[in-house]
Write a protein that binds this ligand. Structure first.
Ligand SMILES: [Zn+2]
Length: 180
């Protein structure tokens, strides 16, 4: 069993709302997908992914039979009960320290993204709208330097997915009971 498929089953057993997203190198994707995808390695492969919920084992196996090289996405927001912070560049890190009042976020799940960024996943605040937003580095020379909040209507690629660069999303602080 490939390690992404194995991880998908473990995530589902933790009741995570995971979805298949396209492969980083676009191998195994349909010609229609290749013609329309604007974000290789990050495009959902199922319709209605925002409301799919937790897939059962059969569903996961079906997905990976159809797309053996798929990556995994995690749905964010009120429906899934989770939200994320995406930290890129020095500006992103500084902004995080500012808005968290220096809290080191040790309770959050954390993984590194192949572009050098960091992502933290938290429990969504109950009964509140979680609108996505981003705070972008005002310096125009700093591309991809920002703090982004991923809430309702967004999703995050999860480890051990492969980025289009060939790099791997890697857990730093993984959900408990994962990979043991
Ligand atoms: Zn794609």
């Amino acid at each position: 069993m490939n390690n992404i498929l194995r991880a998908a089953h473990q995530y589902a057993s933790l009741s995570l709302h995971i979805i298949p997203v396209c492969s980083g190198d676009h191998s195994g994707m349909s010609s229609n997908h290749l013609a329309t995808c604007r974000s290789p390695g990050k495009q959902p492969l199922i319709k209605n992914w925002k409301k799919h919920g937790v897939p059962n084992s059969q569903q996961i196996d079906d997905w990976f039979r159809r797309w053996p090289t798929a990556n995994i996405g995690l749905v964010m927001g009120v429906g899934s009960g989770l939200v994320a912070l995406d930290i890129d560049g020095e500006f992103g890190g500084d902004t995080l320290i500012k808005i968290s009042n220096g809290d080191n976020l040790s309770d959050a799940w954390q993984f590194s993204t192949p572009g050098g960024g960091m992502r933290y996943i938290f429990t969504a605040p109950k009964g509140r709208e979680c609108r996505k937003f981003s705070i972008i580095d005002p310096n125009p020379n700093h591309a991809h330097s920002e703090l982004a909040f991923l809430g309702d209507g967004s999703f995050s690629v999860l480890p051990p997915s492969k980025h289009t660069s060939g790099g791997i999303y890697t857990w730093i602080n993984a959900p408990k009971f994962l990979f043991h």
